[in-house]
Design a binder for this molecule. Structure first.
Ligand code: ME8
Length: 517
């Protein structure tokens, strides 16, 4: 595949002191859909996720748990690796910041920044939040409800005073603004881009990039009293996974990243610090950073202290993997904040999946089973209604691709559901059950048009709901080498006479113990 189109997509690397929750699952899932969709289109994809294992927060958690930091990160990193596989993520790599390849990349980046005169030794005195692993200015710190000082996120801050290396971020304002200007799509959504630009326009201060008051981090080259600030360390994972400091191989093929997917909480690190570090080191900044919104649970902020953290594995066990994947990407416009509720989940599951999509497939496949001897029917001449449905179905690919190129997952699904709804209306109008006696040839045509539409729908939903879509393709006896977008054309349409397995439903209705749904 070398020489063809490539796509490099990354999730944030998650802090290991937390247990994986729905928010982490959401970001990884969004990346997974894009990675799968691109692969189906023949693009060579690298999809990276991993864990962020250094920093004061981890050191503190380990101490509290009576473990060495390494033992803690080994145990907890595995939870995130498992999460990726439980939500069906097709990541090509999983990076841990305690790995030698990552440490080597950070130290090399540091050397480049020192050699370029972008880092100098000074003294840091100011506020630091261990929970956010972030430095805050006095103007960002307020007194919280319990009388303690808190940062803008509500996390406690403490006053720290220590020798520190600084990155000369203040020198990068104009070059960052020029980068945003020259690359209008590099930060999305637009409202977030505007926020970043106005933040940079207000002026940038140099950032502290090393710590001396604890030791769980990557040693600064030639100054072992210092460890690197965890964000400089963490951001470097995106190039470490490509083999940096080597600049051949994967680095040459995949850098700059096509997309860093992040939550809105960490946009500033990705859209301001990271491009500045890269530009200073003479490396290219990423092509695009998308900051999505935050989920709440039944209207409340999700937090460990409120005890309302949603465990993705519990959700999957309760509703099903494809159902959860569908819900998370359909329920809200990607980029907005949203609320998780049992009611909304069940409503999507029953109305969109069971009633619309599942029922369409089930009706068509069982009518073929009963009336066409379980074989793909033979299409006769097509009438306008047939052509219209098929044209809509073949037209989906370009529209969904356009939506996904802008990370508009919900719009991609809306396009697909327009065809599902049209197909259900077509079944009602054409009434193939009534044609069985009056015009069996026409019945075959109608059922063929529908089966071909279901084939296209199943190809279209493969990236979002891989298991259910594959089961639909199984039921249409679609060969494994015809399960990508090269087969999304009339030349690869279902051929009459092929024997189909007996149909089984793929989207069950959800019925609550309390009778809800
Ligand atoms: O910030 N809703 O790691 P982290 C939606 N290690 N998404 C959510 C969410 C919610 N309620 N909660 C978390 C870090 N997320 C750093 C990143 S990258 C070089 C270093 C998702 O474990 C969202 O993507 O706190 C958010 O940005 C990320 O988890 C934060 O993960």
């Amino acid at each position: 595949m070398s020489g063809g189109e490539t796509y490099y997509i990354t999730t944030p690397i998650y802090y290991v002191n937390d247990k994986p929750h729905i928010g982490h699952a959401y970001t990884t899932l969004a990346c997974d859909v894009l990675a799968r969709f691109k692969r189906l289109g023949g693009t060579e994809v690298k999809f990276l996720t991993g864990t962020d294992e250094h920093g004061q927060k981890v050191e503190k958690s380990a101490l509290a748990a009576g473990l060495s930091p390494q033992a803690l990160v080994d145990a907890n990193s595995a939870n995130f690796r498992d999460l990726a596989s439980h939500i069906g993520a097709s990541n090509d790599d999983f990076i841990r910041t305690t790995e030698p390849r990552h440490i080597a990349a950070c130290q090399d980046l540091w050397r480049r920044l020192i050699e370029g005169g972008h880092i100098y030794l000074g003294h840091y005195e100011g506020w630091y939040s261990v929970r956010d692993e972030a430095f805050y200015g006095s103007d960002e710190v307020t007194t919280g409800p319990s009388g303690d000082k808190v940062g803008p996120t509500g996390a406690p801050v403490e006053w720290v005073k220590e020798p520190s290396y600084f990155f000369r971020l203040s020198a990068w304002q104009d070059r960052l603004l020029a980068y945003y200007e020259a690359n209008p799509d590099c930060i999305a959504p637009q409202s977030r881009r505007n926020e970043v630009i106005s933040f940079v326009k207000r002026g940038l201060q140099d950032v502290s990039v090393s710590r001396t008051s604890f030791s769980w981090g990557i040693p600064v080259p030639n100054d072992p009293d210092h460890i690197m600030y965890v964000w400089l360390d963490a951001l470097t994972n995106y190039i470490a996974a490509l083999g940096f400091p080597r600049q051949d191989g994967d680095y040459a093929r995949f850098w700059p990243a096509d997309l860093h997917m992040v939550g809105k909480d960490i946009l500033r690190f990705h859209a301001v610090y990271w491009p500045a570090f890269l530009l200073a080191a003479d490396l290219e900044p990423p092509k695009r950073i998308f900051a999505h919104g935050w989920w709440t649970n039944e209207g409340q902020k999700i937090s460990k202290s409120l005890g309302n953290v949603i465990d993705p594995l519990t959700l999957i066990a309760k509703y099903g993997l494809d159902q959860v994947r569908y819900f998370l990407l359909r329920e809200l416009p990607f980029g907005n904040d949203g609320d998780f509720s049992h009611r909304a989940m069940v409503s999507r599951m029953n109305s969109d999946l069971a009633n619309d999509y599942g029922n369409l497939a089930q009706r068509v496949l069982s009518m073929i089973g009963k009336n066409c001897g379980g074989k793909v029917p033979q299409a006769g001449p097509l009438i306008d209604a047939d052509e219209a449905l098929l044209a809509g179905a073949y037209g989906m690919l370009a529209k969904v691709r356009e939506a996904l190129d802008q990370q508009l997952f919900h719009e991609g699904l809306e396009t697909i559901w327009t065809v599902i709804r049209a197909a259900n209306a077509y079944v009602d109008h054409q009434a193939p059950w009534a044609l069985k006696k009056s015009d069996p040839a026409r019945m075959e045509t109608v059922l063929w048009v529908l089966a071909e539409t279901v084939r296209l729908l199943a190809l279209m939903t493969l990236a979002y709901m891989p298991d259910a879509s594959a089961r639909l393709l199984d039921q249409l006896a679609v060969a494994t080498d015809k399960r990508d977008f090269s087969a999304f054309r009339p030349e690869d349409a279902l051929a009459a006479g092929i024997i189909l397995p007996s149909p089984t439903g793929v989207f069950p209705r959800y019925v609550d113990a309390e009778g809800e749904g």
